[in-house]
Design a protein around this ligand. Structure first.
Ligand SMILES: Nc1ncnc2c1ncn2[C@@H]1O[C@H](COP(=O)(O)OP(=O)(O)O)[C@@H](O)[C@H]1O
Ligand SMILES: N[C@@H](CCC(=O)OP(=O)(O)O)C(=O)O
Length: 379
């Protein structure tokens, strides 16, 4: 049942139609030697493949300052604002050129968009930015966004591009924000300093315990995991899920879109329900059915509750835990469908039984409900 669980847990990316991909400085720069053009070519190939599948991708790319430093022959990142601004202005050219030439190999146009904090906090400019981006996406152009480093000062800058990526995800109501970085995801401690650190595969974006483990960035990046977690919280506001993953994993974007467990998935508290339900509703393959009594039909339709065995009168078909089953009323009318927590044989034993008896009947309890409400869609 691994496979079903995998897809159920990652459905928001599997069904995503619009994705913001953020590529960080730590990843883009060739050990501080300027842009890693070969790696950029690889990400462009992946994005083009998503495009061909009909997924709209908006790119948020860092790297201007790092690329500018190399072009200018500077060894160390300057601390003076005017020098950072100059480096960004020089480097942004190289960045744009690099993306443009790689996307051109796939017959795709790019558009450079440089935003500042003001552009997104001022309502009028926000709406202008939104309509321009929507138009570009509708034209199948790939927007490549960065902060307009040349005109911002410390007080008004995002600084890290994680925040910018999240705001763009909000702006476009994207389904997902994918943050590609130099680590496999969020670990329970910074893996640079703690080799024992373990990857956190999944969590709630607003889980306060994650704040404690998310540290600052490396030499090249700006915000580290702390700003990535904050970005996930921001993105969650408009219902987007966030994935933090390593850009060095081969075909990371394609594999995520296939539902593979890579990196850290950070789910919003409320809104992903809509995406999840959309995905559930779109699933065609049903392995069996559960007949519900009138009380169960009422609570499912009325209050969006989970389905308990006590409200089930009959089980048909052969299904396994995690399979999609149909819920019908006593007349056989379709009421709901969802991913079931028990296989058909166990479900038959549980028919009409209250949840507190599950353990006594089966010898174990997988879950107190037959179908959890998160995995259920009323038809
Ligand atoms: N809990 C953690 N898990 C993973 N990485 C962490 C964690 N805490 C801090 N980091 C650091 O965050 C860095 C990635 O962030 P950053 O350097 O800002 O990259 P980017 O430029 O891709 O945004 C990692 O290289 C790592 O050292
Ligand atoms: N706007 C800056 C990028 C800032 C930055 O490095 O952010 P991040 O990739 O989040 O660590 C640049 O292009 O150099």
């Amino acid at each position: 049942m691994e496979g079903n669980e995998q897809v159920a847990g990652r459905e928001a990316l599997v069904g995503a139609r619009r994705v913001v991909v953020k590529i960080g400085s730590a990843l883009l720069t060739n050990d501080g030697r300027g842009l890693d053009e070969a790696a950029i070519g690889g990400w462009v190939d992946q994005i083009a493949a998503l495009h061909r599948r009909g997924i709209e991708v908006v790119l948020v790319s860092s790297g201007a300052v790092a690329a500018g430093m190399v072009r200018l022959g500077w060894q160390a990142r300057p601390s003076a604002v005017h020098e950072l601004q100059a480096a960004a202005a020089v480097g942004q050219n190289g960045l744009t050129e690099c993306y443009e030439s790689h996307f051109a190999r796939h017959g795709l146009l790019t558009a450079q968009i440089l935003l500042t904090h003001d552009d997104l906090s001022n309502r009028k400019r926000y709406l202008n930015a939104r309509s321009a981006l929507r138009t570009l996406v509708a034209l199948r152009v790939v927007p490549v966004i960065n902060e307009n480093d040349t005109v911002v000062t410390d007080e008004i800058r995002f600084g890290d591009n994680d925040t910018l990526g999240a705001l763009v995800a909000n702006l476009l109501e994207a389904d997902a924000l994918v943050i590609l970085t130099d680590q496999e995801g969020l670990f329970d401690a910074d893996p640079r300093s703690n080799p024992e650190a373990r990857l956190i595969a999944e969590g709630r974006a607003d889980d306060p315990s994650l704040t404690a483990v998310a540290g600052g960035g490396g030499a090249l990046g700006r915000g580290g995991m702390a700003t990535k977690l904050q970005a996930a919280r921001l993105a969650a506001r408009s219902g987007a899920v966030t994935v933090i993953a390593s850009g060095r994993q081969p075909d990371v974007l394609g594999r995520l879109a296939e539902g593979e467990r890579l990196g850290t998935l950070l789910l919003p508290e409320q809104a992903p329900m809509a995406a999840r339900k959309r995905w559930l509703a779109g699933q065609l393959q049903v392995r069996g059915s559960l007949t519900l009594d009138a009380g169960a039909v009422k609570v499912l339709k009325g209050s969006g509750s989970s389905l308990l065995a006590v409200g089930v009168t009959a089980v048909s078909g052969q299904f396994r835990r995690g399979d999609m089953v149909l819920c019908v009323d006593d007349q056989g009318h379709r009421v709901a469908k969802g991913l079931v927590n028990y296989g058909a044989d166990e479900a038959r034993l549980l028919v009409g039984k209250p949840s507190h008896q599950i353990e006594a009947i089966l010898g174990y309890m997988e879950a107190p409900e037959l179908i959890h409400r998160d995995n259920l869609v009323v038809l």
